[in-house]
Design a protein around this ligand. Structure first.
Ligand code: NAD
Length: 275
């Protein structure tokens, strides 16, 4: 069940492959997360906005897996950015998850029109300082938003979790983040099922040559790119398939062919427009 880890600027390590629970119905979440843990995932990505933190917490407890073997991420909801709301939202997340610390706490979206994310981040810094969040980071931040945090606050975000897949590869953002030690975490790593990624010729060709599925090829591309990746599935078979990506490697040619698929095209929301 050991997956490769990356070391974050905070000094803690994160399993490079995790499991996301966006759009997992609260009624299914405990079963889904218990399956994911049984398959071998130790890194779970949720959010207050997913309305399933309580059920994630129930699965963690039911698993009996020691806390230190787990890596748990959740995210602050968009309507709790004001400094006076952040502490309460964070405490409620810990409570719902049944945890006394988080491995990673993220600002879910920058909501730039509100102009509050610098204030929000200063409160996040207190969670890092008192150890209730081993690492703090952001999600859906564009370069100008990161530049403001770097200029106006003390702690460099450990990660930025953003839409990223072969059709939207985020080259400029990744280069910027690499320069500043900010790890890149890919959401929608399989294109959220909104783009027929699995039908593309280079994906199909690599799948055929390695005897694996197109989803495994796409996940392998993420891992070889250096991304942290958190695919989601309700099906235990697919969870296991998505976790079984350490027995083969894309060749330089196969990797380059997938790299060339970039259309710089989102399938999800644009962070500058979400408010
Ligand atoms: P994803 O790219 O992981 O795609 C999930 C879809 O792919 C599912 O509907 C599933 O049916 C399908 N799928 C999964 N494995 C498959 C396989 N092996 N073969 C064929 N189909 C397969 O999309 P996602 O769930 O949106 O993203 C992953 C995680 O990222 C989320 O669960 C969530 O934790 C996180 N996320 C974060 C944000 C954010 O704003 N920070 C936004 C979206 C998602």
């Amino acid at each position: 069940t050991n997956t490769p880890t990356l070391t974050l600027t905070s000094g803690t390590t994160i399993p490079q492959l995790g499991f996301g629970v966006f759009l997992v119905d609260p009624d299914d979440t405990q079963r889904v997360v218990e399956d994911a843990l049984a398959v071998g995932y130790r890194h779970i990505d949720t959010a207050t906005g997913y309305n399933n933190e309580t059920q994630v917490g129930a699965a963690l407890r039911a698993s009996g897996i020691p806390r230190e073997e787990l890596f748990i991420t959740t995210k602050l909801r968009n309507d709790h950015h004001k400094a006076r709301d952040v502490e309460g939202a964070f405490a409620r997340s810990l409570d719902m998850l049944g945890l006394d610390y988080l491995d990673l706490y993220l600002i879910h979206w920058p909501m730039p029109a509100n102009d509050l994310y610098v204030e929000t981040w200063r409160t996040f810094e207190t969670f890092a300082a008192d150890g209730r969040a081993k690492s703090i980071g952001v999600s859906n931040f564009l370069i100008p938003h990161l530049e403001r945090l770097l200029a106006e606050t003390d702690v460099v975000p450990a990660v930025n979790q953003v839409e990223l897949h072969p059709i939207f590869q985020q080259r400029e953002l990744r280069a910027f983040q690499a320069q500043h030690g900010i790890a890149t975490e890919a959401w929608g790593p399989l294109g959220q099922g909104k783009y027929p990624l699995f039908d593309l010729a280079p994906v199909q060709a690599a799948a055929a040559s390695h005897g694996v599925s197109p989803a495994q090829v796409v996940l392998r591309w993420h891992l070889q790119t250096g991304n942290i990746v958190i695919p989601k599935s309700n099906s235990r078979e697919r969870m296991a398939e998505n976790f079984d990506v350490f027995g083969f490697e894309l060749s330089a040619e196969e990797f380059a062919a997938i790299d060339a698929l970039d259309e710089n095209r989102r399938v999800g929301g644009n962070p500058s427009e979400i408010n």
